[in-house]
Design a binder for this molecule. Structure first.
Ligand code: HEC
Length: 167
């Protein structure tokens, strides 16, 4: 009787353990958790990295254009317009559980969740600067664009210095 109980207990544990192993190789259990927005933790981290990559691309386009002797104004304007679109809802890109504790490779520091108000303020500072950059780009005035570009870049650094790790 006792042996039977122990056996069935073991079997139960094996099933739980095997179930976990059936997940993607190398993936943590946390990575597969589904968030309120319907994405898994791993998908959410991939999503925000992808958006930041697009943002980095738009910034490089503007930077390269400003450095060139004859800036491509259409390219600057398209890139500047894309920035608010690509970064829409940034403050919501970091649901609880999508930090380094998830086991998924991420450059998001745990400080984001420890200091949410300050992090949100950094997002707002960026959004304000990015809106000004889009407005400046629409005027076609290189001096105004350069100034707004510099100011926006400062808000990237302002956030990265505190909230981004090497990942
Ligand atoms: C409010 C904070 C914040 C602001 C503002 C911000 N970033 Fe980031 N950025 C992050 C965090 C956090 C990560 C790490 C995301 C992750 O790995 O999960 C990141 C990651 C990145 C990455 C790496 C993406 C990858 O994994 O390949 C690039 C590139 C990047 N940011 C560019 C920029 C640029 C350019 C700006 C400004 C125009 C900017 N960021 C503004 C917080 C910010």
């Amino acid at each position: 009787m006792k042996i039977r109980v122990i056996l069935s207990l073991c079997l139960g544990l094996c099933i739980i353990a095997c179930g976990e192993e059936a997940a993607e190789p190398g993936a943590t259990v946390e990575a597969a958790v589904t968030l309120a927005n319907g994405r898994t933790v791993a998908e959410q981290i991939e999503y925000r990295k992808g958006q930041y990559k697009k943002l980095g691309g738009a910034f490089k386009t503007i930077s390269d254009a400003l450095k060139s002797g004859s800036p491509d104004m259409a390219a600057i304007q398209a890139a500047a317009t894309s920035v608010p679109e690509v970064t829409e809802g940034m403050v919501d890109w970091f649901p609880a559980g999508t930090g380094p504790e998830s086991g998924v490779k991420t450059g998001a520091s745990a400080k984001i969740w420890a200091q949410p108000d300050d992090f949100a303020a950094k997002v707002t500072a960026f959004e304000t600067a990015a809106a000004n950059l889009a407005t400046a780009a629409a005027t076609g005035d290189i001096g105004a664009i350069s100034a707004a570009f510099g100011a926006t870049g400062g808000t990237c650094k302002g956030c990265h210095d505190v909230y981004k790790t090497k990942g």
